[in-house]
Design a protein around this ligand. Structure first.
Ligand SMILES: NC(=O)c1ccc[n+]([C@@H]2O[C@H](COP(=O)([O-])OP(=O)(O)OC[C@H]3O[C@@H](n4cnc5c(N)ncnc54)[C@H](OP(=O)(O)O)[C@@H]3O)[C@@H](O)[C@H]2O)c1
Length: 248
């Protein structure tokens, strides 16, 4: 029997890492649904991929908006009936704000806004889309995190303190572990990974790696074989020449 064409949703895929992941998945013949909160930006990204001969689908999706997620889920169910791959990539990072350099000065409003996008929205999207994976008992969920969120090294000197961002990604890691526990025994595999410091709007010009390099591990985790890794936290593969798990 021929392998079915997999259907993948990538949140925040109009630019940066999400765009690079969408592009790489499409290059593998996966049916990608590129999503963005701003329709103009998303359509532009879809056209850019079309210019490379990559035909992706597009739908607007604001991960912090209940109605947007509901509308998207209804559209997805009616158009495809199920979904195979979910990359929770959309994220914000308020690290450039001066008060983000200390837990003693961080604005709780900033922290709340960061949690809305980086943590609660991941739960919202998982609640909406996992039922569409359960239809075929097949799913690969990739949560984009950062090694800066590893509790094992969170007090080391070589990272900025960045309390809102790092706490939010600790939340992403915890979601990954809890979901994996809940999905144990199913063919829905959920893992988190750190893409490394990349040249994107978030990462800035001085970052050593490109978004394309950061996307490699996401694609690996999005296409894990049945019985593959479940509930793990990965470093970017290029650093280690293959999959490498981090301590939470
Ligand atoms: N860059 C790095 O060095 C680095 C390192 C480790 C981890 N990460 C993680 O990698 C992921 C992607 O980061 P990036 O570097 O590509 O950042 P980016 O260039 O700033 O892109 C962020 C993406 O998230 C989208 N987004 C934000 N809020 C959204 C919402 N409510 N609904 C839908 N989309 C939303 C943005 O959409 P708009 O265009 O509409 O704003 C944009 O597409 C994030 O989770 C980030 O934490 C990045």
């Amino acid at each position: 029997m021929a392998t079915p064409t997999r259907i993948a949703v990538v949140t925040g895929s109009n630019r940066g890492l999400g765009y690079a992941i969408a592009r790489k998945l499409a290059q593998k013949g996966i049916r990608v649904i590129l999503t963005s909160r701003n329709e103009t930006d998303g359509v532009k990204a879809k056209q850019q991929l079309a210019g490379e001969g990559l035909d992706v689908d597009y739908h607007v999706l604001n991960v912090t908006d209940d109605t947007s997620v509901q509308d998207f889920t209804i559209w997805l169910r009616e158009t495809y009936g199920s979904v195979d791959i979910l990359v929770n990539n959309a994220g914000v990072n308020p690290t450039t704000q001066p008060e983000e350099s200390s837990l003693l000065t961080v604005q709780l409003a900033t922290m709340q806004a960061t949690f809305e996008t980086n943590v609660l929205a991941v739960v919202r999207i998982c609640q909406a889309l996992i039922p569409l994976m359960q239809v075929n008992n097949y799913g690969r969920i990739v949560n984009v995190s950062t090694e800066m969120a590893a509790l094992a090294t969170i007090n080391h000197d070589y990272y900025p303190l960045a309390p809102s961002y790092r706490l939010s990604k600790v939340g992403v890691n915890a979601i990954t572990a809890i979901l994996a526990k809940e999905l144990q025994g199913t063919n829905i595999l959920v893992n988190a990974y750190s893409p490394g410091w990349m040249k994107t709007d978030m990462g800035g010009e001085n970052a050593p790696f490109t978004a394309e390099e950061g996307a490699e591990t996401a694609v690996y985790l999005a296409t894990l074989p049945d019985g593959g890794f479940q509930g793990q936290f990965f470093a970017e593969m290029r650093k280690f020449g293959g999959p490498f798990t981090l301590q939470w």
